[in-house]
Design a protein around this ligand. Structure first.
Ligand SMILES: Cc1cc2nc3c(=O)[nH]c(=O)nc-3n(C[C@H](O)[C@H](O)[C@H](O)COP(=O)(O)OP(=O)(O)OC[C@H]3O[C@@H](n4cnc5c(N)ncnc54)[C@H](O)[C@@H]3O)c2cc1C
Length: 386
């Protein structure tokens, strides 16, 4: 049994995590073995298969209640699954858990019909969505929106006009959650794929292979009830949904903790084997420094993530807690992967080595779900500063 300090907080969900790890080992690792070495992003059909299979086994979107198609797991359990996915080093494992294409907490504030039509298929892993929030001049300052939604009084429809940038999954989403300014309030709309006013513009090829897209709303007409929460919910569903940003940040923190742990294991294994100047490199204190410092940082980050997840299950979703965890874990993962690669020398730098990919993959983690600086802004505010 592990004697890591964090194992104290993992104990309650050990069986669930073990069964998820078995699923990764027995089903996903063999599938991943067939992926071409230089393919950063697994093919869409394979990602779809992994998502559906994981949903059928009850892992995907596990914290959603059973009446919505989930497994009703505590949030801490979901966080541990994300950790396990990261730690597995299996490139397919992250797709077994709900991410930016999965059920959105925003839709929990939807009408009954929206929950039935959009949220439930997402929870079951049958549909994929995307979120169009960021604009050319509204990134961290997300509500400086220039995308507008104007009501057509003759038909009751909304007409959406604007330009969104850096949208994940836009090429394959069944629908898009578009945030636009309606009657001066940031408001979330559902725009289904195939809407003639919704068009993909530029494609941005990110450093780890995941493409992002520009989305153009060219007088896209949507029905009056496309406002999340119903026709009268202008502004309100978005306000409520934003409260749940904390969970998204904790899930990213957990994935980062797992990735860091995997990178550290790679570093340790290599340092035990690789020889230089007649010694195993792990005998040199400069190499130990990389690995021991990483271990200390990971263990601290992991404890923080798990403690924050436990607080969520206890009814406390303080944004500053999630901000602290996301800041700590994402920055830790970037440093740890960098150090593990350094311990590998040129071997880790070569295309196709897992650390070479992770070095590029993990870099987005300090940007997505709010940059590190924005997490610091949140924490500073909670300290009565700024
Ligand atoms: C992999 C990836 C996937 C993404 N997916 C999506 C998606 O699906 N949908 C979507 O809408 N967007 C998506 N984004 C965009 C993402 O949400 C934004 O990149 C993020 O919000 C930061 O905005 P920005 O890039 O415009 O940077 P900016 O907001 O311009 O920030 C630039 C720099 O200034 C700093 N800064 C800004 N304000 C402050 C402040 N008040 N105090 C201190 N520092 C500050 C930032 O921290 C950053 O370092 C994605 C981005 C990436 C990298």
């Amino acid at each position: 049994m592990s004697t890591h300090p964090s194992s104290v907080l993992e104990a309650d969900h050990r069986e669930l995590v073990a069964s998820f790890e078995t699923f990764i080992r027995k089903e996903l690792v063999p599938l991943a073995a067939d992926l071409p070495e230089d393919a950063d992003l697994p093919p869409a059909e394979l990602r779809d298969y992994v998502r559906r299979r994981s949903a059928a086994l009850g892992f995907y979107a596990g914290d959603y209640p059973e009446e919505l198609g989930g497994s009703g797991m505590p949030f801490t359990a979901v966080v541990l699954l994300h950790h396990a996915a990261g730690r597995s080093g299996c490139p397919l494992a992250p797709y077994a858990l709900a991410g930016s294409d999965g059920p959105s907490p925003l839709l929990r504030h939807g009408t009954e019909e929206q929950i039935e039509r959009y949220l439930k298929p997402l929870v079951r892993g049958e549909a994929v969505r995307c979120l169009a929030l960021t604009e050319p001049h509204a990134g961290s300052d997300a509500f400086q929106l220039t995308t507008t939604a104007v009501r057509d009084t003759a038909t009751g429809e909304w007409v959406l006009k604007g330009r969104k940038t850096f949208v994940s999954n836009a090429d394959r989403a069944d629908f898009t959650l578009v945030v636009a300014s309606a009657e001066g309030e940031p408001t979330a709309f559902v725009v289904e794929a195939g809407n003639p006013g919704l068009r993909i513009g530029q494609r941005y090829d990110g450093m780890s292979g995941e493409p992002l897209y520009e989305l153009l709303l060219e007088d896209a007409r949507v029905p009056g009830d496309a406002v999340i929460g119903g026709p009268d919910a202008v502004g309100s569903a978005l306000g409520n949904g934003m409260d749940s940003l904390s969970r998204g940040r904790l899930v990213v923190a957990a994935m980062c903790d797992g990735i860091a742990e995997y990178a550290l294991e790679q570093g340790i294994a290599y340092a035990r084997e690789r020889r230089a100047f007649g010694e195993r490199i792990g005998a040199y204190q400069h190499v130990q420094e990389h690995l021991v410092t990483s271990r200390a940082e990971i263990e601290a980050a992991k404890l923080l993530t798990l403690a924050c997840a436990r607080l969520v299950d206890g009814g406390t979703e303080a944004p500053e807690n999630a901000a602290l965890a996301k800041l700590t874990s994402s920055e830790t993962a970037v440093r740890v992967v960098d150090r593990a690669l350094q311990v590998h020398g040129a071997t880790g730098w070569v295309r196709g080595h897992p650390l070479e990919f992770l070095y590029r993959y993990v870099r987005s983690m300090t940007i997505i779900e709010g940059t590190s600086e924005i997490q610091k802004v949140i924490v500073a505010r909670s300290m009565g500063l700024g």
